[in-house]
Design a protein around this ligand. Sequence first.
Ligand code: UDP
Ligand code: MN
Length: 305
Amino acid sequence: MRIMYNSYSDRPPLVSIIFTFSVLFCLIFIILYPIVLMSIPSPQDENLGKYISENKDAKISIPKSRHYLCVVVPYRDRWAQLSVFVPYLSEFLSNQLTRHSIYIINQADRYRFNRGALINVGFLYGHPDCDYFALHDIDLLPNSPLIEYIYPNSSGPIHLTAPKYHPFYNFDSYFGGVTLIRREHFERANGFSNKFWGWGLEDDEFRLRITEKGLNISMLSLPLNRKNAFIHISVPNAKGSRDSKNWLESARRKRDRHYGYRDVQLSSLPRITTLSVENYNYIQVDVKLSCNVTSTPWCMSEAYL
Ligand code: UDP
Ligand code: MN
C-alpha cells in the first residue's frame, strides 16, 4: 500500500501559515481595541493632566481641569521671601498642570499689617474667572508633588497646611498658612473680618465664619508630616517681621459678625501691575487700607502713637 504524504497536516504551506496568523491578529485586535480606547482619557476627563504628565514625552501642557486658581498672598516688605516664592510656586503649579495666577497683595499704607483685609482685597481683585483661591502665606512652599492644589469639593475648604503638615504650628485649631477655598464658599463665609490689625487671630475668626456657615474644613490625607510637607522660607534678619503687640487685646479679640470682604475700606484705588521674578509673572496689587481709628484704634503703628 502506498502511504499518501499528507502535506497539509505535516508541513503546512506558506499560505496557510499566513492565513492562520492573520486570523489570530484580527482576533487580538478586535479584543484589545476597545480596552485601549477606554484607557485614553477624553478631553473632558479630569485625569487628562495626570495622563499627560505621566507621559514624559508629551510636550504639550493641557490643564488638569477646567478650574482656575487665584493664589492670593497677603504681603508687606518680604522681598527675600517673594523672590523665592514666585518662581518656586509657579513652577510647582505648572508641573501639576494647574491653571493659576499669583496675586501679591501689598499693604502700602502705614497701619499695622492686616492679613484678613489683604486677602479680602485679593478676592475682590482676583481674576473673575478664578473659581477657587489659595489663601497663601509667602513663607511656605509645598515640598511634595503629592500636595495637589485641587478644586475643593462642595463640603468646604481644604487646609493644606493642616497642623499635621505645618513645619511648626501643630495646635489643633490652627487655620493659617495655606488654604484652598471655592469662590462661593469664601462668599458664603463673607470672607475675613477687616478689623484684625496686627499679627494673629484673623485666621481663628475665619475658621468660625466657615464652620458657622455649615462648611467643613478638610485636609489632604498624605504620607507626609511636618518635617517634609512644607518648607518654611526662613530669611535671616527678615524685614517685615511679625507685629504681635498686644495693644487693646480684648477689643481686638471680639468676633465681627457684621462685616466681611465687601466692606474692606481703601483710601485710594489699588495700583495693579504685572511683574516678574526670573521670568515668572505675578500680579502685584498695591493697596492703601483705610482704618477707622475710633472703632479700631489698634490699627495704628508705633509711628502714629
Ligand atoms: N506678612 C508679610 N509681611 C509682614 C507680616 C506678614 O508679608 O510684615 C504675610 C506673609 O505672607 C506671611 C503672612 O503674612 O507669611 C503671615 O505672617 P507670619 O509668617 O509672620 O506669621 P505666622 O506664620 O507666624 O502666622
Ligand atoms: Mn509664617
